[in-house]
Design a protein around this ligand. Structure first.
Ligand code: HEM
Length: 533
């Protein structure tokens, strides 16, 4: 009897276990695909998602190629899933205008994954709502023409190092990877301008700042972990945030300590002794009394439409101090901003321009003439002369950023349910602006694969439809560093092209292979020769 009872219990236990197991499998099966009906319900076309990971595999060739393919297959309004998250992709100018400008109050935040490390999460890139508005208002002054003018000597100084390295390559007549040189150079610029510290990353790669920058860009989430995070975001994201991560914590600690030391030093210095760098501009903006409002936040419109030196935005209403001044963590975040928003993008922009000039010698000749005339007139150019006196360089940069926009996708999150040009968008949906697809749409850009700076003459700019060119985004949340970014690119090219010309060699990869895990960049560097002039 006892044995029978035991067997019955055993059998009962197995049945329960089996039932639970089957229920779990059914639950997992449901969970693995339950998020994937939302796009269809919205009437938005998309590639077929796989269980758990959605369309992750669609992007294994890189986000750039996939973005172009999405547009070609599904049109200017389409979508995809990364894990359980739904993305609505737009590359239609009228719709982009609605999201970035007309309906800005409903789309004022960028999407955050929740995995951004502390200083990155504290930077204005990821701040949200009211705090974003306050900090952006305060930081606007750090990017004014006068402040940028004060920073030009620091950039020129870093450029001297670049020129002396390039001189060695010119003397050797060897083909070399100029992207690596630009990367070292922009690291020096960021160290000097944003972190108030001097480094020479080409000659002293073991410098702790240089090493930590390299580690920062090498931080990657391993693929299996990424798949887990995408599949189970509500468990994995909080878990990943609290689990100890030695590399991440060490990196944060290093940059935090560096900035805090500089701040302590600056606080002891008299105002006139302080270095006039970006960090100081942010420190000055700490207790800002700015009254620049959202309506004056868009710097990109002015930077791309006018070659005149801008005046400071009008101060509307009474100057008001920020309700809560920038905390030290937020200041560290803004210094970090240069590293995350500027360094890689400027390196890539310089690399793409160099590649295009080396492979288009006629354009380069015309540019060299302009550069020589300009340097004769302005031996030590400031922000305003750079802005006004180099029209062909402006055209070359603009066309390069059309062909190869380093920030080729950015997002906005819908705060509330709304309709955009007849398309229903639910609250919480993420909209991705597909800049790459927009810039390569033959409807707006005939022969999009051809490098043609003439697309950016003053007349051509006037004739083109609005919201067809967005290398810096658009609207109140567009790039805050547009003036600074363009100034660094122009100042660098001016000094380099005054001394050297670029030449393609048999090792130059044509067409250039691209990589697009985060920003768009050359995949295997840019191998060229450089010749002294
Ligand atoms: C050629 C250089 C650069 C390019 C092509 C570029 C491009 C962009 C793009 C496409 C965005 C997203 C815009 C949007 O969401 O509408 C952005 C945002 C931003 N960029 Fe840049 N950027 C450049 C350089 C810089 C530099 C040097 C800095 C600063 C140090 C900077 C600071 C920012 C900031 C702060 C934002 C976010 C603004 C906000 O959320 O309010 N950028 N940039």
């Amino acid at each position: 009897m006892e044995v029978l009872g035991f067997l019955r219990l055993e059998a009962g236990g197995t049945v329960v276990t089996l039932t639970l197991f089957v229920a779990l499998l059914a639950l997992l099966k449901w969970y693995s695909t339950s998020a994937f009906s939302r796009l269809e319900k919205l009437g938005i076309r998309h590639p077929k998602p796989s269980p758990f990971v959605g369309n992750l595999m669609f992007f294994c060739q890189g986000f750039w190629e996939s973005q172009l393919e999405l547009r070609e297959r599904y049109g200017p309004l389409c979508g995809y899933y990364l894990g359980r998250r739904m993305y609505i992709v737009i590359s239609e100018p009228a719709m982009i205008k609605q999201v970035l400008v007309e309906n800005f109050t409903n789309f004022s935040n960028r999407m955050a994954s929740g995995l951004e490390p502390k200083p990155v999460a504290d930077s204005i890139l990821f701040l949200r709502d009211k705090r974003w508005e306050e900090v952006r208002g305060a930081l606007m002054s750090a990017f004014s023409p006068e402040k940028l003018n004060e920073m030009t000597p620091l950039i020129s100084q870093a450029c001297e190092h670049l020129l002396s390295h390039l001189k060695l390559y010119a003397a050797s007549r060897d083909t070399f990877d100029i992207q690596r040189c630009y990367c070292c150079y922009t690291t020096n610029v960021v160290a000097s301008v944003a972190f108030g510290t001097q480094v020479d990353s080409q000659n002293t790669p073991e410098d702790p700042f240089v090493q930590h920058c390299r580690q920062f860009f090498a931080l990657r989430i391993p693929r299996p972990l990424l798949a887990l995070i995408l599949s189970f975001p509500s468990i994995m994201v909080p878990l990943a945030r609290i689990l100890p991560n030695k590399n991440r914590d060490e990196l944060n600690g290093f940059f935090n300590k560096l900035i805090r030391n500089v701040i302590a030093l600056r606080d002891q210095q008299a105002a006139e002794e302080r270095r006039r760098d970006f960090l100081q501009m942010v420190l000055d903006a700490r207790h800002s009394t700015s009254s620049v409002g959202v309506e004056d936040f868009d710097m990109v419109k002015e930077a791309l439409s006018s070659s005149e030196c801008p005046v400071n935005p009008p101060q509307r209403g009474q100057p008001a101090s920020m309700p809560e001044p920038l905390t030290t963590d937020e200041i560290v975040g803004q210094a970090f901003l240069f590293l995350i928003a500027g360094q890689e993008i400027i390196t890539n922009t310089l690399s793409f321009i160099t590649y295009l000039l080396a492979t288009h010698p006629d354009c380069q000749e015309r540019l060299l003439e302009e550069v020589d005339l300009f340097v004769e007139k302005h031996p030590a150019p400031g922000y305003c002369s750079l802005q006004e006196g180099l029209p062909y360089l402006d055209m070359v940069i603009a066309e390069t950023l059309r062909m190869y926009p380093p920030a080729f996708r950015f997002t906005r999150e819908a705060a509330q349910d709304c309709e955009v040009l007849g398309q229903y968008i639910p609250a919480g949906a993420v909209l991705e602006v597909a800049v790459g697809a927009l810039h390569h749409d033959p409807e707006h850009w005939p022969h999009p694969e051809t490098f043609d700076p003439e697309r950016f003459t003053a007349e051509a700019r006037l004739q083109r439809g609005p919201f067809t060119y967005l290398p810096f985004g658009a609207g109140p949340r567009s790039c805050l560093g547009v003036r600074l970014g363009l100034m660094v690119v122009k100042l660098t090219l001016l000094q380099v092209l005054h001394k050297f010309r670029f030449e393609a060699s048999s090792e130059t990869q044509v067409p250039l292979q691209l990589e697009s895990k985060s920003a768009l960049s050359p995949k295997n560097g840019v191998y060229i020769k450089i010749v002294s002039r």
